[in-house]
Write a protein that binds this ligand. Structure first.
Ligand SMILES: [Fe+2]
Length: 387
């Protein structure tokens, strides 16, 4: 694995990770260590119904300030602003997000509005903040998003029907409590979808133009772990060891892509998510092999490494053959864990592909794709192949 002589990058991953079965019991100590005393749980109705918010409420004890449970599948600016007002009314001084990516991203936005005032819209974009924000402890209930360790928050603009983002060192969560008992009840289709989101994070960290050795090492390790343990999490969801390994792999992939950014796969997944409500991980999963084949001419050597990490014997293969084998292996993995293979299966209309392709060109992730995207027609071809 080689790098250009002009390699230059920043690596900043300050989130303290606390991993282990029943590690949520340490939340109180972590809140104390951050100098806070009143934690507001940020979550959604499904997590409340599953009893997971209550588990966290119990361990918070006297530090519990209340629960904001209005988060939705796609976070929204209006929800962030509403949640921040609720948190201030409850006099919370720290947020404890309990959920998947949308919940975590909602809390990241709330942390900003609580500190800076105004509306989150005022701070969307890149590095708009200049000081630490409201402290934030994350308890993920999916193993995929990686948002517990990243500087990104994807927030949907419901008025314009597009996904906007915040990219800022000051929204990186302070603590990530990775407790396998909090993901053990995740149903197979959500385990698979969110798991493939993490898998696509690892692949995009490796092929992005921003790739660098720290992230490469982590992403390859995350791939090794996910190939082994993601299918086992589907087969035996209650197994806390398997769940913990996938949870760690997702966080490792999150740290990797959190320092490198993404590529065409996330650009395209964001757009079909915004236009047709395709769940983020499922969109990434369907598109990934097609994007790998699109990129093959630019980074076959990197995909050959991914093939090796996936356990394929690539000794007698050229980089191109190994890269193709890696894309095939991704398909096999997604079939094995029961995910849909085509965009038509998840409600994307054929006549909507052109609009999604146009929209993709405006997504920030596309800039870092290893193969330069020359226009909407090229993206449309990839969408069509995946349709
Ligand atoms: Fe993602």
């Amino acid at each position: 694995m080689s790098y250009d002589r002009d390699l230059a990058f920043e690596y900043n991953s300050p989130t303290k990770i606390i991993f282990g079965e029943n590690s949520i019991k340490d939340i109180g100590l972590e809140i104390d260590s951050l100098g806070c005393s009143k934690g507001l749980i940020v979550t959604d109705k499904g997590i409340v119904e599953a009893g997971l918010a209550e588990k966290v409420e119990k361990v918070l004890g006297r530090r519990y300030a209340g629960t904001y449970d209005q988060c939705s599948q796609d976070s929204g600016f209006h929800l962030v602003d509403e949640g921040a007002a609720f948190a201030l009314e409850k006099e919370a001084d720290i947020l404890v997000s309990v959920g998947g990516g949308s919940v975590i991203d909602t809390a990241k936005g709330m942390a900003v509005v609580m500190k800076e005032g105004g509306r989150l819209k005022d701070y969307s974009g890149v590095q708009m903040l200049s000081r630490p924000q409201t402290p934030h402890v994350v308890v993920p209930t999916t193993a995929g998003t990686g948002s517990e360790v990243t500087k990104y928050a994807v927030i949907k603009d419901w008025e314009r029907n597009v996904k906007d983002f915040i990219y800022d060192d000051f929204i990186i969560p302070d603590r990530a409590i990775l407790d396998p008992t909090m993901v053990a009840g995740l149903p197979p289709h959500l385990t698979a979808g969110t798991g493939m989101d993490a898998f696509s994070h690892a692949v995009e960290a490796i092929h992005t133009l921003n790739r660098q050795p720290i992230a490469d090492g982590m992403a390859l390790q995350a791939i090794r772990m996910m190939v082994q343990y993601l299918p086992l999490c589907i087969e035996e969801g209650e197994n806390l060891f398997y769940r913990g390994q996938q949870q760690l792999a997702a966080a490792i992939a999150g740290i990797a892509c959190g320092t490198t950014f993404f590529g065409l796969n996330h650009a395209m997944a964001h757009c079909i998510g915004a236009l047709f409500n395709v769940p983020h991980g499922v969109g990434n999963s369907i598109l990934l092999p097609h994007v790998m084949l699109f990129n093959l001419e630019e980074c076959a050597n990197l995909y050959a490494l991914i093939a090796g990490a996936m356990g394929l014997d690539v000794n007698n293969l050229s980089d191109e053959e190994a890269g193709k084998a890696a894309a095939e292996a991704v398909w096999e993995l997604t079939k094995k864990i029961g995910l849909p293979q085509k965009l038509r299966e998840v409600g994307v209309p054929e006549e909507g592909l052109a609009e999604a392709a146009d929209l993709s060109l405006a997504d920030g992730c596309i800039v870092y794709n290893p193969r330069l995207v020359m226009g909407a027609e090229e993206v449309l071809e990839v969408y069509r192949a995946a349709w």
